[in-house]
Structures are given as structure tokens and as C-alpha cells.
Design a protein around this ligand. Structure first.
Ligand SMILES: Nc1nc2c(c(=O)[nH]1)N[C@H]1C(S)=C(S)[C@@H](COP(=O)(O)O)O[C@H]1N2
Ligand SMILES: [Mo]
Length: 490
């Protein structure tokens, strides 16, 4: 009856995520990185505690002000829960119950204090709060407040256990046997991974892979729950189930995924081996009608993503993926099925927990981030990054190995150059290219001289275009500018 998304805490948190202005969102991602969700929860907890304390004081001084504020919070919870894309009317229940309980608890506790205060005022003529209450009242109040707090925490912990019912999904995931791909990913050549200590490995492990999404609670689907509905401007409306998907020929590819929110030098990028069915196979089955230019995909929790159909069908390895680095997708990376499309930022391509495809037009539909000021199209911008040595580290004069990565998904990196201070650009040594859809490592051996120096890198793609040097923030379609680091040479 009560879905996880109905929790007032998560519903309000989700509403905050959905309605946060771009500037603040960028600031939060820049400051907290992939811990942004934890930061949100802690921040909400602190604010709620402060307001609750204020309500206690207000209720004591000017009843029923505190109770009214608490009730308003309940209403906010109801609105936030009903606003969830997957909500039903039952989503209102937890907030209504929470609001009622909170008002009752507040009235009881403040009532205890007021009675104590009245007694003092009566016997001594003192003002409320000027003197400690008579023996026993303070202790009784503390016991009641403490008991209620313990109950609340216990209810919260049990509730979380029940609501975060990922057990089913986790168990389901252990039973998945990934099929052998018809077209396997080539092995990584030794020369594609320079293995320089402190530099980023060529393949990102599932545990180290960055995670970005709006889901405060990971959607928990089983393979049995999953199906993909394909509808809209198609010849045949179809629904594909898990078994049907597994029976289709699979392709395995190494693809580097990047987030549009990645700042210059940022780490919202990862490279993994994905296993899945080419998206074109499914689009062909449904029969895309003329005039369609957008694939609007929707996740189980209602997040939407608009992808140019031309990109998903132009022959690149756009996959409806079920495997990541040889394992079923981790739950937080989209279990059981997600999209992976080389060359597009995740917000316009990489729908996790994907359950719905609507074929439509960019002029008719808008996706989640497009309605929040981000560009409708999101090709990944050419970029390069210094990975080692650590920023502001000290080194002895002589050879210092600078190493990093560069990416120009679906075009390929042609060269990377390095500049010391305002000097001339000098070519870095490139690792072997794995494919145009993956990032490429580079290294530069610097003959460092004493002093403070700034090292900057710049990539050029195979179309001969160099990185844009002027700084631009990620909004609305990806950051530009050059990554640099400062070192002290002794
Ligand atoms: N369902 C869903 N899918 C989503 C998102 C989301 O918020 N919800 N975020 C997208 C964005 S912005 C990025 S960058 C990638 C990140 O994928 P990852 O978390 O597996 O690295 O997922 C994409 N898919
Ligand atoms: Mo993203």
C-alpha cells in the first residue's frame, strides 16, 4: 500500500532535487560530487531538526503556532508525494500519518511543560521558564520526549528496512546468467593501458564507476517485473519482456560514459564493457515512422530522456544493456536494463531502469533536464584531464611524469599537447587507441625546473579540432576550458 517513494522524507527530497535551480544544483554537484544525495539528506535532517525545535518554542509561547507549522509540513509532504511521477493517492498516507503524529506529540510534550510552568507560576508568581519546574516534572518530560525519540528512530529504521525492499532485486540479480555475445568486445591491448601509478585505469570497475541520477531510492525491479513498451509513432506497438530480450543477439562493447555536469578536470566519467542488444534491433521491430526524430525513454521512476533517433540508429553501438564489465548491471547502474550510447552525455542517452520508449518529435516532447534549462541535444564535448601527480604536490627537479586521459567519443582523440606555464605546446605520448568510443590515456615526461609551475593539457580530435579553451560551465550543454594543475618543484 505504501510505496518507497511515498516516504515524506524521500518525497520532499525528490521535490527538492526536481525543483533546485541550475546554479544551486551545479554548486552542489561541484561541492559534494557523487555524495550529493547524502549531503541532501544530512542538510534536510539539520533543517528539519532546527524547524522542529523552533516549533517547540513557538507552541509553548504562542499555541497553536507550533502545531500549525508542523501540520503545514505534513501538507508539504502530501503535495511532494502526490507530485511523484509514479504516485497514487495512497502516497498521501505516510505524510498524513506523520503530520498527525507530530502534532499530537508536540501537543502532549508542550502540554507537560506548560502544566509544570503553570504550577511554578502559581506557587511562586514567577514567569514561565524563569525557574526550573518542581521535582519530577523535568524528569517525566525528558522520559516522555526521550521515549518518543527512541520510538521514532526505531520506526524509521524498521520502515527503511521494509521500504528499501531491494532484497528481491538483489537476489534476482544473483540468478541472472549473462548470454555469450554474438559480437564480443575486443580485448584491451597492453599498450592501451599505460598503468602509470596514480593515473586512471583504462577500465573503470563497477564499484568505482560514477553514479548520477535523480533517484533518491534506487528503483528496485526484478527481471520478472521488467518489460519495455515501445509506442508512439511506430508501425507496431510492442512490449518486450526479459526472456525475449535475452534471446536476441547480444553485442558487447567498451564505451566511455560521461555526465554533462562534469566540470573541467572532474571525475564524472567512466569506461566499462557493456553487454546488450543493439537499440536499432528493437526500433526496427517496432517500425519507426517517417517524421520521428526523438526517442523519449522513461525509467521505472518516471525520469525521462530524449535521444535523437538518428544517433541511436546510425550504426554506432547504441545498446540496450544488461551487463557491465561481465556482471549483470549493478542495481544503482540501472538493473535490469539501461541504455548506453557512445558520444552522447548521459542525460540524453543513458536511461537506467528503462521501461518505456515513445517515438516522437523534439518539437512535441521535452525530457526531464530539457525542461530545467539544459540543451535538448547533448553530444559529448572533446576534453582532456590531468590525472597525476596530485595537484599542488612537491617534486624534486628533473623528470616528472604527467599522465591523464582524453576523450572525444565517437570521433577519436588524435593528439594531446601539454604546456608548462605560458610555454609552447609540446606533444604528449598517447596510449594505443582502443576505439573511438573510449577514452585514451596519455603521458608526458617533464624535465621540471625549480619553482611553482602550472601544467595545462589540451586534446585535438580526429577532425583536427582542438579543445575549446574559453571557460564555460556545464549548463546548458557541457563544460569547456582546459584542465591545469600547479606543482612545486624543489
Ligand atoms: N533513470 C535514470 N537514468 C539516468 C539518470 C537519471 O537520473 N535517472 N541520469 C542520467 C545521467 S545524467 C547520467 S550522466 C548517467 C549516469 O550513469 P551511471 O550512474 O551509471 O554512471 O545516467 C543517466 N541515466
Ligand atoms: Mo549526467
Amino acid at each position: 500500500m505504501v510505496a518507497p517513494g511515498a516516504s515524506p522524507y524521500f518525497a520532499v527530497g525528490s521535490a527538492v532535487v526536481d525543483h533546485t535551480p541550475d546554479g544551486i544544483r551545479e554548486w552542489a554537484i561541484g561541492t559534494f560530487g557523487t555524495s550529493d544525495k547524502l549531503a541532501l539528506f544530512v542538510g534536510m535532517g539539520v533543517i528539519i531538526a532546527a524547524i522542529a525545535a523552533g516549533c517547540g518554542v513557538a507552541e509553548r509561547l504562542r499555541p497553536p503556532t507550533g502545531a500549525v507549522i508542523v501540520a503545514v509540513f505534513g501538507v508539504v509532504g502530501v503535495i511532494a508525494a502526490l507530485e511523484r511521477p509514479d504516485s497514487r493517492w495512497t502516497f498521501a498516507i505516510p505524510s498524513v500519518v506523520a503530520g498527525l503524529v507530530a502534532v499530537i506529540v508536540l501537543r502532549i510534550l508542550v502540554g507537560m511543560l506548560r502544566k509544570a510552568g503553570d504550577t511554578i507560576a502559581h506557587t511562586t508568581g514567577a514567569e514561565v521558564g524563569e525557574q526550573s519546574p518542581p521535582d519530577g516534572v523535568g524528569r517525566r518530560f525528558l522520559l516522555a520526549a526521550g521515549g518518543i525519540a527512541v520510538l521514532a528512530v526505531a520506526a524509521g529504521v524498521v520502515g527503511r528496512r521494509v521500504l528499501a525492499d531491494t532484497t528481491r532485486t538483489v537476489v534476482d540479480r544473483t540468478k541472472v546468467l549473462l548470454p555469450v555475445p554474438r559480437s564480443a568486445a575486443p580485448p584491451v591491448p597492453v599498450a592501451a593501458d599505460l598503468r602509470i601509478p596514480g593515473a586512471t585505469p583504462f577500465v573503470t570497475t563497477n564499484d568505482d564507476f560514477y553514479r548520477i541520477d535523480t533517484a533518491l531510492q534506487v528503483p528496485s525491479l526484478t527481471t520478472g517485473d521488467w518489460s519495455l513498451r515501445i509506442h508512439g509513432m511506430v508501425d507496431n506497438e510492442i512490449r518486450i519482456g526479459w526472456d525475449e530480450l535475452l534471446a536476441m543477439p547480444m553485442t558487447e562493447r567498451m564505451v566511455t560514459l560521461t555526465c554533462v555536469s562534469n566540470v573541467i578536470g572532474g571525475d564524472l566519467i567512466g569506461n566499462a564493457r557493456w553487454l546488450g542488444v543493439p537499440m536499432k534491433t528493437l526500433l526496427d521491430r517496432a517500425g519507426v515512422q517517417p517524421g520521428v526524430d526523438m526517442l523519449l525513454s522513461t525509467s521505472a521512476d518516471g525520469w525521462t530522456c530524449g535521444t535523437p533517433v538518428s544517433v541511436a540508429t546510425d550504426g554506432r553501438d547504441a545498446l540496450l544493456a544488461i551487463g557491465m564489465n561481465g556482471a549483470p548491471l549493478p542495481v544503482e547502474h540501472g538493473y535490469p536494463v539501461r541504455q548506453v550510447i557512445p558520444g552522447l552525455y548521459g542525460y540524453v542517452s543513458a536511461t537506467k531502469w528503462v521501461v518505456d520508449w515513445e517515438l516522437t518529435r523534439f518539437s512535441d516532447a521535452k525530457a526531464y533536464w530539457t525542461t530545467r534549462g539544459w540543451s535538448a541535444l547533448g553530444p559529448i564535448k572533446l576534453a582532456s584531464r590531468i590525472d597525476r601527480p596530485d595537484s599542488r604536490s612537491e617534486h624534486a627537479r628533473g623528470e616528472v611524469v604527467i599522465a591523464g586521459t582524453a576523450w572525444a567519443q565517437h570521433t577519436g582523440v588524435a593528439s594531446v599537447d601539454v604546456r608548462i606555464d605560458d610555454g609552447a605546446w609540446q606533444p604528449a605520448q598517447l596510449a594505443e587507441e582502443y576505439s573511438v568510443d573510449t577514452w585514451r590515456q596519455w603521458r608526458f615526461t617533464w624535465n621540471a625546473t625549480p619553482g611553482d609551475h602550472t601544467v595545462t593539457c589540451r586534446a585535438t580530435d580526429k577532425n583536427g579540432r582542438a579543445q575549446v579553451e574559453t571557460y564555460a560551465s556545464p549548463v546548458p550543454d557541457g563544460a569547456t576550458g582546459l584542465d591545469s594543475r600547479t606543482y612545486t618543484i624543489t
